[in-house]
Design a protein around this ligand. Structure first.
Ligand SMILES: Nc1ncnc2c1ncn2[C@@H]1O[C@H](COP(=O)(O)OP(=O)(O)OP(=O)(O)O)[C@@H](O)[C@H]1O
Ligand SMILES: [Mg+2]
Length: 305
């Protein structure tokens, strides 16, 4: 049995040994599509959307896993209402935890035990595994830990691996250097500031080889159940113009519904619990519209079976 500290302690963030690359390829060979969900700004709704897209696809019989790549503030486990195991057990790899609807989940708080995880993940310069006084939280390299999660978690055969990123488009650039992504989704909000940040993010994303599959505009308005109108929550920036300039589609414009926040807090699946609401219907339609046919680059290289 290995403990998480050992995984981080021997992780050299700078180098990616050939052996590790081979392991990553073998580990993800059964995953048809790998999609990362990113945002320029925090709190746009990435994690809630990831959980509900995954659930909507699982409800249709798809095999889906989620990697919570927000190592310092993992939320997927709580949003799915899963229990955090007390400690990490593994002989030769990490078994993803079983969530509702057959979803498989890998997250820093699952392997470390406890919430929040008793460690912090720092930037990529080599850092000591234990802070200088020997008593502080473990300090592990962020990229090296992500790489270890991807190479050691036995995802098995999947239609889709959804990766929930921490905020900031640098996170997309980081994961694109580690994982063979099929594509990325960028979640934004209607405000002018959020739209401007997303525009800059798209420019940065175009510098990495990852295909941005589309933008999702979240919290565009409040659905009034009484009068069936949609009232805007905030002044709108012109996301359509940004999308047009970048040549990237807006895949969804999702309304605000407090029941989604409530479900996330309670660990209940919104698209199942409130399936008949406009937001749940849109999330389900969005999940169904995702292009899962573009294989992850590892699968793309493999000869047809
Ligand atoms: N359309 C929506 N309607 C109502 N509440 C929403 C909606 N989208 C997200 N929320 C709520 O907003 C809060 C922030 O969402 P979430 O944690 O998913 O954002 P995030 O982008 O993952 O944040 P971070 O950048 O910190 O990772 C949560 O309480 C979530 O349930
Ligand atoms: Mg999040």
């Amino acid at each position: 049995m290995r403990i998480f500290r050992e995984i981080g302690a021997d992780a050299d963030a700078g180098a990616q040994p050939a052996e590790e690359i081979a392991q990553l390829r073998a580990n993800l060979a059964g995953v048809k599509s790998i999609i990362a969900v990113a945002s320029a700004k925090g709190g746009t709704g990435k994690s809630s959307i990831v959980v509900n897209l995954a659930a909507a696809l699982a409800l249709e019989g798809r095999k889906v896993a989620i990697l919570d790549a927000d190592l310092n503030s993992p939320t997927i486990v709580a949003m799915l209402g899963m229990k955090v195991p007390r400690r990490f057990h593994s002989m030769d790899g990490i078994e993803p935890s079983a969530g509702p609807l057959g979803l498989r989940v890998a997250a820093s708080n699952l392997i470390a035990g406890g919430e929040p995880p008793p460690m912090s993940f720092l930037e990529d310069e080599p850092v000591p595994a234990i802070s200088s006084n020997g008593h502080g939280p473990f300090e592990l390299s962020y990229s090296a830990t992500l790489r270890r999660l991807l190479t050691q978690t036995r995802f098995g055969m999947l239609d889709l691996l959804l990766i929930d990123l921490a905020p900031g488009i640098d996170q997309l650039l980081r994961i694109a250097r580690i994982a063979p992504l099929s594509g990325a989704l960028i979640v934004t909000q209607p405000s002018e500031i959020s739209v401007r940040a997303s525009s800059a993010a798209l420019e940065m994303a175009s510098m990495c080889s990852t295909r941005v599959m589309g933008l999702i505009e979240n919290m565009v308005g409040f659905n009034c159940d009484g009068c069936h109108s949609v009232r805007p929550l905030m002044p709108h920036g012109d996301l359509a113009a940004v999308a047009k300039t970048a040549g990237i589609p807006v895949l969804g414009r999702l309304p605000f519904d407090p029941r989604l926040a409530e479900c996330c807090d309670r660990g209940v699946i919104f698209v199942r619990e409130y399936a008949d609401t406009p937001l749940a219907r849109q999330l389900t339609a969005l999940a169904q519209s995702l292009d899962l046919s573009s294989p992850n680059p590892i699968q793309a290289e493999m000869p047809p079976a």
